[in-house]
Design a protein around this ligand. Structure first.
Ligand SMILES: Cc1cc2nc3c(=O)[nH]c(=O)nc-3n(C[C@H](O)[C@H](O)[C@H](O)COP(=O)(O)OP(=O)(O)OC[C@H]3O[C@@H](n4cnc5c(N)ncnc54)[C@H](O)[C@@H]3O)c2cc1C
Length: 442
């Protein structure tokens, strides 16, 4: 077989690049390998739904082997690269160090939470970027309700009923709204907590929520969430986090047992180990065609790349959104195919068409092609968009079933933190019997 095209990362950028390469590269002309540390793409816009128990966690991920037909999926952790030798370094899931030679490399390694050096934050805060974090958040809220029910003193109970989200972007706003909605749904089953009530606080360092949407929609979202009892503190920072409280820059100490940190992202740490040029934010420097500066056969897309944003004539980089990453993935595939077939590479031209912010309870805010929507129409438009956007007919049907069932029945309050963590068989080990005993039973 001819060329070897390697894609590092199987999220929005990587999956869509692989799908397009399968279509545009003539069969037998190239071998495609996708290296990823998980065998699915997480459809992050639906992550708040998974955290809130509206959607089954398995229904918000796209298994890569279902979507890719001819691409070899190589499960492993990218650990570095040597661009001069055209080699990618990978640690396999069983711990073997491997070297993958490539002719063309597409880096789509995404981002991780940007955790500020705030005392206690890393120890006591929860992130909201991965499926395990979404489930952990829901489990923590449920466990706190369970603990609250066992406490007699209302003052001692209060921290277990207080939830603080830090960062009012997509993840923070949708996360707090959906989790509040979920707790409101299940609290009937927790009599002491229901009588005392829960407390929800959203802390944002900037002067308004959701910088990604126009101020009028951000104001609507703020009004709507304040109407539900959410305490939104803009222009406020976090000073310290403890096991049982958070202290704000205003000096206020809030007793609480759930702190969720959603204040920004940074490129995946391994991006620093690839030997590629980086910008001030640590993203890989690329030109408008997404080719890495100074490297003819290396490309980068998505949250890990600083792709010049056509919306600002390249003055800034594209925002870290799925809608940019997947379109960059498709175009980079065509550019790689063009290079291999002596064709013309094209610049990235996409400008944001719309933004949805789902706030649960059948409400959302949205801008689409310059039209602003809010309330139920925005919520309906958001659901329809995601139904059409998530790959796979079966997956779409499962989402419809989840949402429909949720309309008629309450959500489950089982705390399944033990999923995937079975007890060790050592705990059940029989003590050896003196010979002769127990033989009848066998
Ligand atoms: C809660 C939440 C809600 C969001 N909602 C929206 C929304 O509504 N609309 C929108 O446009 N955007 C949204 N986003 C942003 C969007 O998810 C990202 O911009 C998008 O995922 C970026 O795509 P990517 O391909 O760059 O990275 P990702 O999709 O994160 O993919 C990166 C992949 O690389 C893998 N990887 C990382 N490091 C390694 C390694 N060392 N070795 C092997 N594999 C590795 C990761 O496991 C992952 O599979 C949301 C994000 C969050 C967290």
């Amino acid at each position: 077989m001819g060329w070897h095209v390697v894609i590092a990362g199987g999220g929005f950028g990587g999956l869509y690049a692989a799908r397009r390469l399968e279509r545009v590269l003539p069969r037998q002309s190239a071998r495609l390998t996708l290296v990823t540390d998980v065998n699915f793409m997480l459809y992050t816009p639906l992550l708040p739904g998974a955290a809130a128990g509206t959607l089954e966690p398995r229904h918000v991920v796209v298994p890569l082997r279902d979507e890719l037909k001819t691409t070899e999926i190589h499960l492993g952790h990218v650990t570095g690269a040597d661009p001069a030798a055209n080699e990618l370094r990978v640690r396999s899931i069983d711990g073997r160090e491997e070297t993958l030679p490539y002719d063309q490399l597409i880096v789509a390694l995404g981002s991780v939470s940007r955790v500020m050096p705030i005392p206690g934050l890393a120890e006591h805060g929860l992130g909201f970027k991965t499926i395990s974090e979404a489930i952990a958040l829901r489990n923590r809220a449920l466990l706190n309700l369970e603990i609250a029910e066992t406490i007699d003193d209302p003052d001692e109970r209060a921290p277990y009923l207080t939830h603080v989200f830090v960062g009012a972007g997509y993840a923070g706003l949708e996360g707090v709204a959906e989790l509040q909605d979920y707790v409101a749904d299940v609290i009937e089953r927790y009599p002491r907590s229901r009588l005392q009530g829960t407390r929800w606080i959203l802390v944002e360092a900037l002067d308004r929520v959701m910088q990604e949407i126009p101020p009028s929609l951000a104001e609507f979202a703020t009004r709507e969430l304040r109407g539900r009892g959410l305490d939104i503190r803009t222009g406020t920072r976090v000073d310290t986090v403890d096991a049982d409280s958070i202290t704000l820059s205003t000096g206020e100490r809030i007793p609480c047992r759930l702190v969720c940190w959603t204040a920004g992202v940074k490129p995946a740490p391994v991006v620093r180990e690839l030997g590629l040029p980086l910008d001030h934010a640590g993203r890989i420097e690329v030109d408008q065609t997404m080719r890495v500066d100074g490297h003819q056969n290396v490309w980068a897309v998505g949250d890990a790349a600083a792709v010049p944003d056509p919306a600002t004539n390249g003055d800034t980089s594209c925002p870290p959104t799925a809608q940019h990453a997947l379109r960059q993935g498709r175009l980079v595939a065509e550019n790689v195919a063009a290079v291999l077939g002596n064709g013309q590479v094209k610049p990235f031209r996409y400008k944001t068409l719309g933004v949805f912010v789902d706030m649960g309870r059948h409400k959302a805010v949205a801008t689409m092609l310059g039209v602003k929507l809010r309330g139920f129409p925005a919520w309906w438009a958001a659901r329809t968009y995601h139904l059409l956007a998530i790959p796979g007919v079966g997956r779409r049907l499962r989402l419809i079933v989840d949402w429909t069932v949720g309309l008629f029945f309450g959500r489950a309050s089982a705390e399944l933190g033990q999923l995937g963590h079975p007890p060790s068989l050592k705990g059940y080990l029989e003590t050896p019997q003196p010979s002769g005993e127990g033989e009848d039973a066998a």
